[in-house]
Design a protein around this ligand. Structure first.
Ligand SMILES: Nc1ncnc2c1ncn2[C@@H]1O[C@H](COP(=O)(O)OP(=O)(O)OP(=O)(O)O)[C@@H](O)[C@H]1O
Ligand SMILES: [Mg+2]
Length: 335
């Protein structure tokens, strides 16, 4: 059956999600493509490709074509999106022929970067492509009353970007974005383990360490984790035991930068909205908001209530899909 489907896409640095109006989230996979360097063909995308990272023979590389929330490799992004469209249409049980698509872009992206995202989606066969700012989508997906004249503060900590926005009456009142998210924290952990233990660990191991024993800068009961990597001196495999306090230290500097952006945004809030912010607080979305102790730490630092969205990793995708109904209104408000 052919149908002019309407879908929302969260084209994230770390994860791609597709939301269908009728079925909700139909696809949620890592933004990774495995490429054959000789034929330049994309062999696999998503989970299948992520499982190949760091484990493939020389001519096959697993790459992440999006960096810092925007397209770093246009051709690979387009090929990856085409395969994602195919997977999504299989899951939806309909052929995605000339769909209308809403796709999010980081609020700090340039017009050239936005155009690239729009073109890439259009190249995959979309008939109409609407863009929505990521924090607006996150707020809609987190069930915030974005249409009402009250301040909704959203903090979306993704893989490549962190966005902070105050949204009221369907529009962005104030927003800030920084090209720093969970991925940089993984890099911090890799650097730390290399320097302190002469041990080389991969991206996936670093991410596991962050998820299991990574803590925001607050007091906590210490945890440990055994980690394997390659000893840089002997070249042989080696295991070390890492403590949560040392990982916390490794991530501290970048977490403080995220805090600075949140503070800076709150400081620019119009006085009439400040009361709302004190009452209603801040909503966290994005995978980075799941770092242990994040909610507690931020509420201590900014002294307003901090809440976690119902499904932080899905908020943006849900919001892009739901916005299909009133995208024209949002785009007008944004102009
Ligand atoms: N339980 C968890 N604890 C800590 N970090 C997590 C957890 N789950 C996911 N993450 C991290 O969240 C990040 C991915 O979040 P998300 O899917 O929101 O990013 P994205 O939307 O793809 O990126 P962006 O919006 O920056 O383009 C990754 O860095 C991942 O390691
Ligand atoms: Mg995101």
């Amino acid at each position: 059956m052919f149908t002019n489907a309407e879908i929302g896409i969260d084209l994230g640095t770390a994860n791609i999600l597709v939301y269908s109006k009728s079925k909700g989230i139909v696809l949620n996979e890592p933004s990774v493509a495995a490429i054959d360097l000789e034929s330049k063909q994309v062999l696999a995308v998503g989970t299948e490709a992520k499982n190949m990272i760091g484990k493939t023979p020389g001519r096959i590389v697993a790459i992440r074509p999006l960096k810092d929330g925007v397209i770093a490799d246009y051709d690979v992004t387009t090929s990856m999106l085409k395969m994602i469209f195919k997977k999504a249409s299989r899951k939806m049980g309909v052929s995605l022929r000339k769909p209308t698509v809403v796709v999010c872009t980081p609020s700090g992206s340039t017009s050239v970067e936005r155009r690239a995202i729009q073109d890439a989606v259009r190249n995959c066969g979309a008939k109409i492509v609407h863009l929505i700012e990521e924090p607006v989508a996150a707020a809609i997906g987190a069930d915030l009353p974005v249409d009402e004249p009250v301040a909704n503060v959203i903090v979306d900590i993704g893989g490549g970007t962190t966005e902070v926005a105050i949204i009221s009456f369907g529009g962005v009142v104030s927003c800030n974005s920084i090209r720093l998210g969970g991925d940089k924290l993984d890099e911090d952990i890799i650097q730390y383990v290399r320097k302190k233990y002469n041990l080389l660990i991969g991206e996936r191991t670093a991410e596991q360490i962050k998820i299991e024993i990574g803590y925001a800068p607050i007091d906590h009961a210490e945890m440990t984790m055994d980690v394997r990597g390659r000893n840089l001196v002997t070249g042989l495999p080696k295991t070390v035991t890492l403590h949560s306090t040392e990982i916390q230290e490794a991530m501290r500097e970048n977490l403080m930068k995220i805090l600075d952006v949140i503070r800076a945004t709150l400081e620019t809030s119009p006085p009439e909205l400040s009361g709302d912010i004190v009452d209603r607080g801040v909503i966290l979305t994005g995978g980075g908001s799941l770092i242990n102790g994040m909610q507690e730490w931020l509420s201590q630092e900014i002294v307003v209530p901090v809440h976690l969205a119902p499904s932080p990793l899905e908020s943006v995708a849900i919001g892009t899909g739901r916005s299909l109904k009133f995208i024209h209104k949002i785009q007008k408000a944004a102009r």
